[in-house]
Design a protein around this ligand. Sequence first.
Ligand SMILES: Cc1cc2nc3c(=O)[nH]c(=O)nc-3n(C[C@H](O)[C@H](O)[C@H](O)COP(=O)(O)OP(=O)(O)OC[C@H]3O[C@@H](n4cnc5c(N)ncnc54)[C@H](O)[C@@H]3O)c2cc1C
Length: 417
Amino acid sequence: MNAPAQEMTSRRRPPALDVAVVGGGMVGAAAALALARAGFATALLEARAPAAWDAHAEVDLRVVGLAPSSVMLLDELGVWTSIRAARASPYTHMHVWDAESGAAIDFDAPSEGRDRLGYIVENSLVQWTLWQALDAAQGSASAAGAGRAGASVRRLCPAEVRGFEAREDRIQLELADGETLSASLLVAADGAGSPLRALAGIGTRGRDYAQRAVVAHVATERPHQDTAWQRFLPGGPLALLPLADGRSSIVWSLPEAEARRVLALDDQAFLDELGVASDFRLGRIVATTPRAAFPLRLQLAERYQADRFVLLGDAAHAVHPLAGQGVNLGLRDVAELRDTLLDARATGRDIGATHVLRRYARRRRSADTLDALGFDALARIYAWQSPALVAARGIGVRVLDRLAPLKRRLSEHAAGF
Ligand SMILES: Cc1cc2nc3c(=O)[nH]c(=O)nc-3n(C[C@H](O)[C@H](O)[C@H](O)COP(=O)(O)OP(=O)(O)OC[C@H]3O[C@@H](n4cnc5c(N)ncnc54)[C@H](O)[C@@H]3O)c2cc1C
């Protein structure tokens, strides 16, 4: 019996792409660049083009603390020098204290033999720099007139994936404009609400913190001293992260109703409340940008893998920002996926094969789960309000602060070493 024409063609020709990455946020863009630089024929599909980053514009309200492991990956990808030169704020010290018990813990880079603990950078700067690098890689590949082996990256935007179907030797993507693409592997980096995760039939577990993170950039009476400050309050943590221009970026996690109230305050009332909430650690808060808020939840995908399909970044895991690790976990996913695919290629295996993807999925899901549950435990412990439990928490924090080897291990873990 004759096979349908399409099937016959698919048996004869390899898929046009090695990897299709969907979602061009920080994690998806880093994944596309890492895989392209590793020599995989890659396409990045993104629904909405990011706005160009502008050095003269106000600092983006969304900032992240990049751990050393993330900086190393961005450096390997050739984008860190540009990000660092554009606007990145190193921090050398972290001071975390408990409003109820007064117990504090300090992390200090020089005493750990490091130059810094990390950098505070704007999400839009990281994403934009990665996109610029992808454009350059796309341009150089087409200028060289390369075929499948050399033309390692294509950026498709706006492009929205409407559906996909895994076949024996490829995965077929259907785009909203009716176009189709085929690849050996589909990587979903399409954020916490991941439409692709739902299409793959992968559920999630977790909990809604019933909190919002209120963010703004504020000027303070005293300098931030290149320190990330975090005060745990009964309603949630307040972080003040050092910005390159001397201001601090706040991430103030509050119960929903409190967050709505704080967002509605006039500027002076907001500055006054923030001063009290920060215990005036940097003196009075004297100026603020407009505020925004983001809902907080713990969400872990039940699995990271389906046929010729993997999840990474927030599509796989969303965590509380109290540890400042969300994108750092996502960038560790990127490094693991790249290494997994490189190993598969070196041993002549199909990069989309289930047994190949299993290594990535197992390693990252267990690492991400441990971290996510650890951050969740911290959120729960700091929510304790009974006097006995607050006292126990205070003793625990004070002991930990004096246990140098354990503290060092915690710090190295946060750094991604
Ligand atoms: C208040 C706050 C503070 C935080 N602070 C830190 C911190 O200090 N350190 C840290 O490491 N992390 C932090 N995080 C977490 C960090 O911001 C996220 O982990 C990170 O932004 C996730 O990036 P992503 O690329 O995985 O997803 P996203 O940034 O959500 O990107 C997903 C992309 O996919 C696209 N997309 C979606 N669907 C489709 C489709 N069907 N087709 C094509 N494209 C699609 C979207 O347009 C989007 O561009 C914080 C988060 C919050 C809320």
